[in-house]
Structures are given as C-alpha cells and as structure tokens.
Design a protein around this ligand. Sequence first.
Ligand code: AKG
Ligand code: FE2
Length: 329
Amino acid sequence: MRDSAFPIFDLSRFEAAEMAEKARLGAAVDAICRSTGFLAVGGHGVPQEVIDRAWFAARDFFDLPAERKQKARAPYPGYPYGYLGPNSEALAQSKGEDTPPDLKESFNGGPLEVPDGLDDPEALAFCYAPTIWPEAPAGFRNAWEAYYRAMEDLAARIMRVFAVALKLDEDFFTPTIDKPISALRALNYPHQPVPPMPGQLRAGAHTDYGSLTILLPQAGSGGLEIFTPEKAWRPVPPIPGAFVINIGDLMALWTNDRWVSTLHRVVNPEPAAGVSTRRQSFAFFHQPNWHQEIACIPSCLAPGEQPKHAPVRSGPYLMGKFRSTVKAA
Ligand SMILES: O=C(O)CCC(=O)C(=O)O
Ligand SMILES: [Fe+2]
C-alpha cells in the first residue's frame, strides 16, 4: 500500500503473501474501508486486451446514431438492461433527493447465466432479465462478456481481501457470492455544449447498492468525487494500470456501519471552447446471490453494541434501489 493521497492496493502481492503479511495488508484495507471505502487495485491480472476490447466496443456503440442505439433500449422504464438513453436515471433519487436526470447514457448487462433451479419470479423478471444486445459494433457481446467474466472473478478475489480485513476466514463470503447477480454498466457522459439545469450533474450523489463496485474511469478524466469523513468533496483520480474500487451499502450493513458506503458523484466538466468534454467509464456492480440475507456479522459488533439495521435480502434490496432512480419516460 503506497502512502499517497489515494491508496493503491497491490492484489498480486496480497495473494502471494503468507498469513501474517495478509493480515497486515488486510488491516490497511480495513482502515480505508472505515474512512472512505475507495481505493485503487493494481496487480489485478486482468489482461489489457480484455479491457481495451470492451472499452472500444462500448465507445463504438455510444458513437452510433441515437436511433440505432435505441434499438437496444430497455423495453420499459425500470427494466435494468440494455441501452438507457439520456434522461432515464437520476442517481440522487436513491437517496431521496428529487433532481433533474443525470447527464449520461449507459449500456447495461446482467449475469451471463441463470443458475440451475432458480425459479423466483422476481429474480427472473429483474436481475435475470435478458440483456438487450446492440446490433453493432460487431463483436460487442463477445468483448462485453469477456470483461464481465474478468470483473466477476476480480470481485470475488477482492471479497477474499475484505474477509481478511475483517479478521474472518478468507472464504467467509464465498457461499454468499457463488450465484452473484452483478451488473456491468458502460457509461458515456456526452460533451456538454450547453450549461446543465440547476442541480443537474453527470451522476447525482449516491452510494452504490451492492457489495463492491469496480470502476474504470477514462484515463486522464476528472469528475468523480467522494464525500470524505471531513465532509468535503474530493476528486478521485483515474490511476493507470489500476481499477478504482469502492464498497457499497451491503458491506456497511454486513459490518454494522464499521465500513462506510461513501457518497460519490460525477460532476460536470468546466466548459472548454473547442474541446470535447465527453467522458467514458465502466462500472461493475458486484452483488451477492439474490436470496442472500445480509445481516450484521457478529464479530463486527463491539461488546454491548446492537445491530443498527434490520437484515435485507440482496436481490430485493438492489431492485428497490434501482427502481427509485428511474425517471418516467
Ligand atoms: O462514472 C464514474 O466514474 C462513476 C459512476 C458511478 O458512481 C455509478 O454509476 O454508480
Ligand atoms: Fe456509484
């Protein structure tokens, strides 16, 4: 872990370490998760070729004319997958803030397989709903699925770090994430030639809903900010060769708020004459099994402390949060 303004965690070093070294590295992650829950992960082993193929496929998709993108649109407001065009979501609504829609468009995809025997109608209609694939560019689905699989694998490895950070068995979370309902989102924040509406951002202030998010912000881009324990907005820089990861609401629930699901947002760019202010990113939202109950982990309770939150179920919690952000068509 480098001692800099933004912490970088070397996953390959953790994975190669002996128990004592793992515990030491885990303690550093625990400290970060108690303060902001945002860190960069290097040494992740995801091939650059997998990242580049997905990145440029997403870019080529967003470059299509609007009517071609709309062919892959979600069939009704509140449907989680496919193309969500401009004006379809306001993330701050998940925190009860009524704001104008976020200045973005996205393409979203869910789990690549439905687990055998899963017959919960809500799960089938929501997180296992089919992804609506775009007709172009060629190779989009293939590149998307390769990136999705790489993110699912990386998230499971980071959950092992989290278990060690919480002084639990390294496999503690494994049975809770063996049928994950994670979603991958490619985001495009278009060039903004006109000023936004009052209160309108690229992504309104929100926390993420799941266990952890793996972000890939466009190299060299700004805009992502977190609300620090000092109650100030602080930029999160893209870091070459690393992913930005952050914990979501379910880690806060699991740890009785010992870990924080930090408020973050994407702010508007400074107007720049003649220069495109477009920004692209990937967000992989790792989410435990649909039926998994998320209740305070007993060892996260100090003596005499009571759980602060009622248990929730992973899938219904996610569905409720997602639906609260939908802007009527
Ligand atoms: O685009 C980004 O950098 C972050 C987006 C984000 O926080 C989200 O979609 O949940
Ligand atoms: Fe987020």
